[in-house]
Design a protein around this ligand. Structure first.
Ligand code: E4P
Length: 218
């Protein structure tokens, strides 16, 4: 059961590291853009900064869409640090690139996965992680969590080593349900991780304990 944080924001990453529960980071072009990061050098520098903060796997997404360009870009990303995992989109050339990276020992995360068929292809191509996008499926009135359950069952049938990384998490319940169904990893924004802390009975109980603790003072 691994927790990744889904952001390129260094202070959010630091906060999750400080909590002591962080196993890795995922990023994507939208998350980089949200941080105002522009240009290849700035992107590479951000990955270096993230890798300095986090020991676990850090997914770095390629911007390319042709096999040759994905391979070239992925190799460059993989050189940044040992814990970089190259994130590759679920397209035809992406599948070819996943297989190539697997053959040469570069670890990968297959992104933009919305169906069991796509996840089967990613596993066959030797992806290290497969990322089903739970929230985006839910947004279309389909059941994202059903896909997680389906992937857990299919991969277990064949002892597939590709890890199921539940992505596009929108709330704490998505995290709980993903782990309940057997996802290997959940990647989520800091807000959803912190949301796991909340329960009104904890707040009420703590207030009572603190009040009673006062009564024990001499
Ligand atoms: C992570 O790997 C994905 O890119 C991310 O979880 C997508 O999340 P979103 O649907 O909130 O953009």
């Amino acid at each position: 059961m691994k927790f990744f944080i889904d952001t390129a924001n260094l202070s959010d990453i630091k906060e999750a590291v400080d909590l002591g529960i962080l196993d890795g980071v995922t990023t994507n072009p939208s998350l980089m853009a949200r941080e105002g990061i522009k240009g290849e050098d700035a992107i590479i520098q951000r990955y270096k900064d993230i890798c300095d903060l986090v020991e676990g796997d850090v997914s770095a997404e390629v911007f390319s869409t042709s096999f040759e360009d994905i391979v070239e870009e992925g190799k460059k990303l993989a050189k940044i640090a040992d814990n970089i995992v190259v994130k590759v989109p679920m397209i035809k050339d992406g599948v070819k690139a996943l297989k190539h990276f697997s053959d040469i020992g570069i670890r990968t995360n297959c992104t933009l996965v919305f169906s069991a068929g796509q996840a089967i292809l990613a596993a066959k191509a030797g992806a290290t992680y497969v990322s089903p996008f739970i929230g985006r499926i839910d947004d279309t009135n389909w059941d994202g969590m059903a896909l997680v359950g389906q992937l857990v069952e299919i991969y277990a049938n064949y002892g597939i080593m590709t890890e199921i990384l539940a992505a596009s998490i929108r709330n704490p319940l998505h995290i709980v349900r993903s782990f309940e169904l057997g996802a290997d990893v959940v990647t989520c924004p800091l807000k959803s991780i912190m949301g796991l802390l909340n329960h009104p009975l904890t707040d009420i109980g703590l207030a009572k304990f603190l009040a009673d603790a006062e009564k024990t003072k001499v």
